[in-house]
Write a protein that binds this ligand. Structure first.
Ligand SMILES: Nc1nc2c(ncn2[C@@H]2O[C@H](COP(=O)(O)OP(=O)(O)OP(=O)(O)O)[C@@H](O)[C@H]2O)c(=O)[nH]1
Ligand SMILES: [Mg+2]
Length: 237
C-alpha cells in the first residue's frame, strides 16, 4: 500500500525559536510535507522558513503574508492552497511545540475511518502540561459552553491539532469562516459537523509553549464568547 500523503499547515508569527526543530521533527515521519503560513513575523521566521524550503525542496513550502492578520485568515489561505496540492490529508498544528509532531501518525491513523480527526486534550481526563489553573478552568469551561450552545459533541472544540481528509476540508465553505482566534477552530468543526463529516478524536498531550511568546488577546476571547450563539442561529434554534 502506498503511504498517505499529508500536508501540515502551520501558521506562524514570531516562532523563530521553534520552527526549525519543529519542521525537522515533522519531516522525520514518512509521507509528510509542511506549509508554513507566516504573517511577516518581525523576528525573521519567514526567512528561516525560506531557508528550510531551500533545504527540503518539494517538502517545505512557505506562504508569506503582509502582516499580522490573524490565525484564522492564515489558515483560510493555507488550507485553500493545500487543497491545490497533490495530498490526501491536510493537517493543522501550532508552531510552538504545544502540539508534538509525535502524535501526527496517530492523527493520520484516525483518518482511516474518520473524515476529520481532532487531537484532543480532553479525551481521557485532562492532558495539559504547564498551564496555570486559571487557564485550565477557562479552557474546560469554554468547551462546555460551546457544546451547550451549539450542540457540538466533541471533547476539544478549541484545539488546533487536527487532520482533515481533503474532500472533507473541501466541503467547508472557507470563504464564510470569519473568526480569527480559538473561534476559528470552533467554526471549522461546527461546519464539518453540519456537513455531516465523520469526526473522530484521538488523545494528545498538550504542553504549554516554552519558547516565544503568546498571541492570545482579549479580542480573541470576546470573539469566542459570542461565536457559539452565531453558530446556533445557523441551526435555526
Ligand atoms: N500567521 C499567523 N500565525 C499566528 C498569528 N497569531 C498566532 N499565530 C500562530 O498560531 C499558533 C498559535 O498561537 P499561540 O500564540 O501559540 O496561541 P496560544 O496557543 O493561544 O497561546 P500560547 O499560550 O502562547 O501557546 C502559533 O503557531 C502562532 O505562531 C497570526 O496573526 N498570524
Ligand atoms: Mg500556543
Amino acid at each position: 500500500m502506498s503511504t498517505t500523503r499529508s500536508m501540515v499547515v502551520i501558521p506562524t508569527y514570531n516562532e523563530r525559536e521553534n520552527l526549525d526543530a519543529l519542521v525537522r521533527q515533522i519531516l522525520a515521519h514518512e509521507g509528510f510535507q509542511v506549509m508554513v503560513v507566516d504573517d511577516n513575523s518581525p523576528d525573521g521566521t519567514g526567512t528561516l522558513a525560506d531557508s528550510l524550503a531551500g533545504e527540503f525542496p518539494g517538502q517545505v513550502e512557505v506562504v508569506h503574508r503582509t502582516g499580522k492578520r490573524g490565525l484564522g485568515r492564515s489558515y483560510v489561505e493555507g488550507f485553500g492552497l493545500a487543497l491545490q496540492r497533490d495530498v490526501d490529508l491536510v493537517c493543522q498544528m501550532d508552531a510552538d511545540f504545544s502540539h508534538d509532531p509525535k502524535f501526527l501518525p496517530a492523527l493520520v491513523a484516525g483518518a482511516a475511518d474518520h473524515e476529520v480527526v481532532i487531537g484532543s486534550r480532553y479525551l481521557n481526563g485532562i492532558s495539559v502540561v504547564n498551564w496555570p489553573l486559571s487557564r485550565l478552568i477557562l479552557s474546560t469551561f469554554a468547551n462546555r459552553y460551546i457544546r451547550a450552545v451549539t450542540g457540538l459533541q466533541v471533547s476539544d472544540c478549541t484545539g488546533g491539532f487536527r487532520c482533515w481528509h481533503r474532500e472533507a476540508l473541501g466541503r467547508i465553505p472557507l470563504a464564510r469562516i470569519v473568526s480569527d482566534g480559538y473561534s476559528f477552530m470552533v467554526e471549522m468543526i461546527f461546519e464539518a459537523w453540519r456537513q455531516q463529516c465523520r469526526i473522530g478524536e484521538v488523545p494528545i498531550v498538550f504542553v504549554e509553549r516554552r519558547m516565544g511568546s503568546s498571541k492570545l488577546s482579549s479580542g480573541v476571547l470576546a470573539e469566542s464568547l459570542l461565536m457559539p450563539w452565531r453558530l446556533r442561529k445557523l441551526l435555526g434554534r
